[in-house]
Design a binder for this molecule. Structure first.
Ligand code: AMP
Ligand code: MG
Length: 440
């Protein structure tokens, strides 16, 4: 509901938000703290990897040529000259017709060109007996054979997970330049709210948006600034909003953006000098969502309804924050997958609908069960919802079995479902419509 009741489309709203969500300047941090951040520099190998010719086995280093004539009936005997352990820097020179006991990861001595594993030899009285030749290069990890010095290992934009941090550590990096996480403040508004840990009095309700927004932010590795709960008072809100804008790059408000007499958010945005970019999106839930900027700070005015908050957080706030943190475009949005719906549904044309759904894996792709209770005050289906199905604004009906777009929540784990013989239920749609279909 803009001033004139004008609603912009979901796509336009997303574009306006993302246009303002510019990547923050990168920052340097200890490798141990960089998990989940986005790399903002290139990382190249500073040494050959492996750094020296190393044994891949516990066994014996030898000259393969000395073993050439070894056979089952004509064993070759070599004297054992000494031992090289992993970490030993001393390089024993290998004598003719000799072998050196060597451990996995130890430096292969000069003149040795192969390693035989200890299980393949017989050992008596300081000698080993071989009954087969050992080919050159056997069980030797060649210096630089995996990565030569200077080769690029990680490119900017790489999202740092355990394997990539191990690569960075292997190239000797203790500090990394990464995208910075924005400081985020949250403000919930409403005279009816009490902290969720308290028992509401008559006509009061628990504030669940604070823990919801907090958890959403922590999922992205962001520790929010301490949250504020503000009464429906323009004066109170102006103070808190002004402070939040000063101390953070993103402010998330909930409640008070509709057209009610006590919905003060838009008035206060104006008062603190923020520029409103839209107020009202043709979507359900979340129609009154408002977005404003103050300098380069982003201000999301989300409706109070927790289901609307949930959808707006994942559809708008998350893409913006991911972009600010330097994530590549492919990581901004929830994963979108086509899925077949298990029941026919109808809707009014006009608004994009986000319907809470349970998406599962069948042999013929994903199936989406639209869960009961889609009104925005109904929350009982949240325990089963792992996605929402997005139905475009102009759509009026979708028939059972046709493909729709599902947006999977970040933690979604898709259960595999098997079709029981002779028992086709709605959720077995993949079987009924095995061929492709149009995305609704
Ligand atoms: P509003 O957008 O302020 O009109 O609020 C819409 C609905 O969401 C009302 O039913 C509010 O009571 C409810 N609501 C607002 N804020 C919260 C909150 N923090 N936690 C739970 N429900 C809320
Ligand atoms: Mg309110």
């Amino acid at each position: 509901m803009g001033k004139q009741g004008f609603l912009i489309s979901v796509d336009e709203a997303r574009r306006k938000v993302l246009d303002r969500a510019l990547p923050l300047p990168p920052t340097a941090m200890a490798l141990e703290d960089a998990l989940g951040h986005v790399l903002a520099e290139e990382i190249s190998a500073t040494t050959d990897m492996p750094p020296f010719d190393a044994s891949a086995m516990d066994g014996f280093a030898l000259r393969s040529e000395d073993t050439k004539r070894a056979g089952a009936e004509t064993p070759v005997s070599l004297s054992v000259q000494g031992v090289i352990r992993a970490g030993d820097a001393s390089a024993l020179a290998l004598a003719r017709s000799a072998a050196i006991r060597i451990m996995t990861g130890a430096v292969v001595p000069p003149l040795a060109d192969a390693v035989v594993e200890k299980e393949a030899v017989e050992e008596h009285d300081g000698r080993i007996l071989l009954r087969a030749p050992v080919p050159p290069a056997n069980h030797i990890r060649r210096r630089g054979s995996d990565v030569p010095c200077g080769r690029r290992l990680l490119a900017p934009g790489h999202v740092l997970d355990a394997p990539s941090l191990f690569l960075a550590a292997a190239s000797g990096r203790s500090r990394l330049t990464v995208g910075r996480r924005p400081r985020v403040s949250m403000i919930v508004t409403g005279d009816e709210l009490v902290p969720f840990s308290e028992t509401p009095g008559a006509a009061q309700i628990r504030d669940v948006n604070s823990p919801l927004i907090g958890a959403f932010l922590r999922e992205m590795g962001i520790d929010p600034e301490p949250g504020s709960v503000v009464r429906d008072s323009a004066d109170d809100l102006a103070v808190v909003l002004g402070r939040s804008i000063r101390q953070s790059e993103v402010v998330i408000l909930s409640g008070g953006v509709s057209a009610g007499d006590y919905d003060v958010v838009r008035e206060v945005l104006k008062r603190v000098g923020a520029q409103e970019l839209f107020a009202g999106v043709s979507q359900k839930p979340g129609k009154p969502m408002t977005f404003a900027v103050a300098d380069s700070k982003l201000i999301f005015g989300l409706p109070g309804n927790p289901i609307a908050v949930l959808v707006c957080l994942y559809e708008y706030v998350r893409p913006a924050v991911q972009r600010m943190m330097g994530f590549p475009e492919g990581n901004w949005f929830l994963q979108e997958s086509p899925a077949r719906i298990t029941e026919s549904i109808t809707k009014k044309a006009g608004r994009t609908h986000f319907l809470r759904a349970c998406v599962e894996q069948s042999e013929n792709g994903l199936v989406a069960e639209i869960l009961e209770g889609q009104e925005s005050y109904q929350v009982s289906n949240l325990a089963r919802a792992n996605a929402w199905v997005v139905l475009d604004a102009d759509l009026r009906a979708v028939t059972k079995g046709s493909l729709v777009r599902a947006h999977l929540l970040p933690g979604a784990r898709l259960r595999s479902i098997a079709v029981e013989a002779g028992k086709l239920r709605g959720r077995d749609m993949g079987r009924l419509h095995p061929a492709g279909g149009e995305i609704a």
